[in-house]
Each structure stands twice: as C-alpha cells, then as structure tokens.
Design a protein around this ligand. Sequence first.
Ligand code: ATP
Ligand code: MG
Length: 240
Amino acid sequence: MSEVVLRAENVETGYKGVQVLWGATVSVGKNEIVAVLGPNGAGKTTLLKAIIGFLKVWGGSIKFLNEEISGLPVHERVRKGIALVPEGRKLFPNMTVEENLVMGAYLYNIKRDKEIQNIMEIVYNLFPILKERRTQKAGTLSGGQQQMLAIGRALMTNPKILLLDEPTLGLSPKLANEVLETVVKLRNELGVSVLLVEEKVLLATRVADRIYLINQGRIEHEVLKKDFGKDELLYRYLGL
Ligand SMILES: Nc1ncnc2c1ncn2[C@@H]1O[C@H](COP(=O)(O)OP(=O)(O)OP(=O)(O)O)[C@@H](O)[C@H]1O
Ligand SMILES: [Mg+2]
C-alpha cells in the first residue's frame, strides 16, 4: 500500500452498552478504493460512524494521516478531510440540487463563497447531470442522480477520503454500475481515497483495489486485487 490515509485499529464500539464492533482493523491508502463487504447487521455502518465520529469508540484507535482523531468531534474530522455519504443518502428533498450542494459546505462551516463556487464547479464537472438539473428539487431526481448528488454534497467539504455507505442500495444494476463508475472517476480525477461499504459484492470487486470481509463485528478476511479471482472466502461470498 502507498501512504496510509486512514487506519482504524482494533476498534471496539456499539450502542448503549451493546457491543457491535469487536476489534475491527481497516486501512486505506492514498488513491485507494477499499471495499468492506458483509451481511446485514455485520457492523459496516457502525464502522463508518465510528470513523466519522457519530459514534465514540470504546477501544482502539482511528488515525487520519497518522494523527489520532478518535477524540475529535465530527466537524473537526470533516475539516481535516473525511466525508461520509450516509446510508439512504439523507438529501433535503425539497431543496434544489444546488441548495443541497451548498448545504454540504455550510453544514461544516466552509463558508467562503469563492471556495464554495470553486468546489461546486469541480462537482459539476464530475457530474454534468447535476449542473443540468441544478434548479430542480432533489426529491424529483432519479435514484441514481440522487446518489450522485449525495456524493457531490460530501465532496463539497473537499475531502481526502470519502466514506460511502451502500451507494448502490435500491438502484438497478445499470445505475448501480454507473454510480460505482463515478466513484472510480472521482478517485482518478480528484485523487480522493475511498472506503466503500457494499452489499453488491460482484460490483464491488470491479472497482475495489482491496476488499475486507466483515462478519458479526469482526474483520474476518482481507483480499488483495490480484487474488479477487481465486480467493475461496470471497467466492463463497459471491455465492459461487
Ligand atoms: N442506533 C442503533 N441502536 C442500537 N443498535 C443498533 C443501532 N444501529 C445499529 N445497531 C445494531 O448494530 C449492529 C450492526 O448494525 P450496522 O447498521 O452497523 O450493520 P450493517 O452492516 O451496516 O448492516 P446493513 O447491511 O443492514 O446496513 C446490528 O445488530 C444493529 O441492530
Ligand atoms: Mg449499514
């Protein structure tokens, strides 16, 4: 792996005393797309919440560019360069596309208009359809376009790493593929690292450089790209 951008090590956390993650360790390198695959309830969303700071860790560490961040509030982690695209997108359906993008910047105090305009141009270049639809209400977009908007909104904070929680959920195979293609594109063009949680395993193997398998709050296995075609556990996941 190249320079490590994010390393979560032995993370233990959960909800109201009920432990969900039992020593989860993942790392993401610069320019890497890393996928975390696992069944419902395995702890994928919980892991992303711990990394962005919505959940406090009970044990272990979270390092971003070699700095311990597990004690920092969410907005400080965002300002350092971590952004989350949450499960279910969580857009503002009655606001326009452009207002949603601006909110992405405002929520985390990136308030200088010039800066917002600059980042918005980058997002529009990445997703021309959002520019076309910029005055349309977010709720009237198609599922795939809404996901692109959710990703665009997260990009408004100018992140170094993007945490993506099941971006293809509810999308047709064709749209799911398109969304993941844009993830590859933003990695290639913006140099953003990506930690991608997915249930569409086959699609994930097409875009990821490395895969972790998570089960019952534990990272059970790591597969490098060169082994995607021959790893037995991964095959079992694929149902082959
Ligand atoms: N807010 C919460 N309060 C209590 N328990 C929760 C909460 N959110 C999740 N859990 C529990 O934590 C465990 C892991 O949930 P999590 O949402 O991280 O799984 P997941 O891998 O993201 O699943 P999915 O594929 O369904 O999104 C589950 O047992 C779930 O019931
Ligand atoms: Mg989840």
